[in-house]
Ligand binder design. Structure first.
Ligand code: CTP
Length: 418
């Protein structure tokens, strides 16, 4: 696209990033020259861009180019007499940190939490969303070490844009080419728009499988790991929500969430029904037991006494109760983990439990099981909509589900108001 067309395009639309504070990190790969175009587009969109370059990046492109475009000096070093903590200051200032290109080396440092220079320290010091745009040769991109690092970063909520396939330095063709500048700027805009879209809302998430005691030693439980629920809580907190996580799972506590630990369906019901009235959104991702032993043996059952007859009674259906007690404007989300056709059962649950959205998955499929790092779901809604979220990290699935929740909050708010 020529300059005239680009200028026309920028002039015709309102700047989407007006006043937004971005750190643009540039690392040392041949695609660093394309970061110049990204910088120009971000500035055209009204962003306040502070460029941070690694020493290797300066072998490919001059710092003056970035400082001229951004009207900001390029930051390079952790060591400054004027500012003893430049990484924390930048990390706290930024509304988003973008790294273009992200080399295999940078991805490795970031995934392993190694702060060896200003940029790798800044991405660790920030609470803002981070977008990385990998670019490297196909062999490097496909190396298991690099793929593992990218998977780790995705799991932690880092947004990875690209790489695309195409011609690479040296004339080879394959995966590893930097995403197009327009696609990078579009991704930044999306992330920033979504960044605080749950601010001012209280979100309750449940996670994990409940454990129903048989005796003081044994329990009835299921295979749920709680990873999807914890990812939902983490993503909601990152999007500005005040988050309460009621969980049975031994998973890391998501940053920014208040955690209530429970074990049984009854404890989960008590905690959820106490918290829910003050929440705008309730997401029941937990695998709650449908039945529990009618009696808990006071002492350990002995093998010599023969196989115990387990008399089971239904637990309270928390989601159905939430549906009955729902307050105006509140959004309720259920989960349906099936082995077979999840859609039919999701639609049945929507109607039976009076919820807005049901997230359905077929846990018998590859990559969709309880313990794994990935998931693939269909989000079914009360208005007959269905959205397929293809196989991706549980954190990315969480954000896709929350995108639907945000839309539904708007719709519910309108209906409550009207
Ligand atoms: N749920 C609940 N309270 C229960 C059981 C389930 O709130 N006692 C919630 C789960 O957290 C989930 C949804 O309801 O959001 C799952 O619905 P459920 O009917 O329990 O599904 P399954 O038991 O898996 O399915 P089925 O009825 O087909 O056996």
């Amino acid at each position: 696209m020529d300059e005239g067309a680009a200028a026309g395009e920028a002039a015709s639309a309102a700047p989407r990033l007006a006043g937004r504070r971005l750190v643009l990190g540039v690392t040392g790969g041949i695609a660093a020259y394309k970061a110049v175009e990204v910088c120009r587009r971000l500035v055209d969109e009204g962003a306040h861009v502070v460029p941070v370059m690694t020493a290797e990046a300066e072998r490919f492109v001059g710092a003056t180019t970035f400082s001229a475009l951004a009207s900001e000096p390029v930051r390079r070093s952790l060591w400054s007499d004027a500012d003893p903590v430049p990484h924390t200051r930048l990390g706290q200032w930024a509304e988003l940190v973008l790294v273009v290109p992200a080399t295999a080396r940078f991805l490795g440092l970031y995934a392993h939490g190694i702060a060896e220079g200003l940029l790798s320290a800044t991405v660790l010091a920030t609470r803002a969303p981070v977008v990385v745009c990998p670019a490297m040769h196909t062999e490097m991109w496909e190396h298991p070490a690099v793929q593992d690092n990218v998977a780790t970063l995705r799991r932690r909520g880092v947004v990875v844009v690209g790489p695309a396939s195409g011609r690479l330095a040296g004339g080879d063709v394959g995966a590893g080419r930097l995403a197009e500048p327009a696609a990078i700027v579009a991704a930044v805009t999306d992330v920033l728009c979504r960044a605080r879209d749950l601010a001012g809302h209280r979100v309750l998430v449940t996670a994990g499988g409940t454990r129903e005691p048989i005796d003081p030693v044994r329990v009835l439980t299921n295979r749920s790991s709680g990873k999807q629920g914890h990812a939902l809580a983490e993503a909601a907190a990152a999007r500005g929500a005040e988050v309460v996580l009621v969980t049975t799972a031994d998973q890391p506590v998501p940053a920014g969430a208040r955690v209530v630990r429970v074990e049984t369906a009854a404890q989960m019901a008590e905690a959820v029904l106490a918290e829910a009235p003050s929440c705008d959104v309730v997401i029941m991702a937990a695998a709650v037991a449908d039945f529990r032993p009618a009696r808990v043996a006071p002492a350990k059952l002995k093998k010599a006494e023969g196989p115990p007859a387990l008399d089971l009674v239904p637990t309270e259906d928390i989601l159905a109760e939430l549906g009955r007690r729902r307050r105006p404007g509140q959004v309720l989300v259920g989960f349906a983990a099936e082995t077979g056709d999840p859609l039919a059962s999701a639609e049945a649950k929507l109607a039976a439990k009076g919820v807005d959205l049901v997230v359905a998955n077929d846990v018998s499929r590859d990559g969709v099981g309880f313990e794994g790092e990935t998931n693939e779901v269909v989000v079914v809604d009360q208005d007959g909509g269905r959205q397929v979220v293809s196989l991706r990290s549980k954190r990315e699935v969480a954000d896709a589900v929350l995108d639907r929740v945000v839309e539904w909050l708007g719709a519910r708010g309108d209906r409550a108001g009207g």
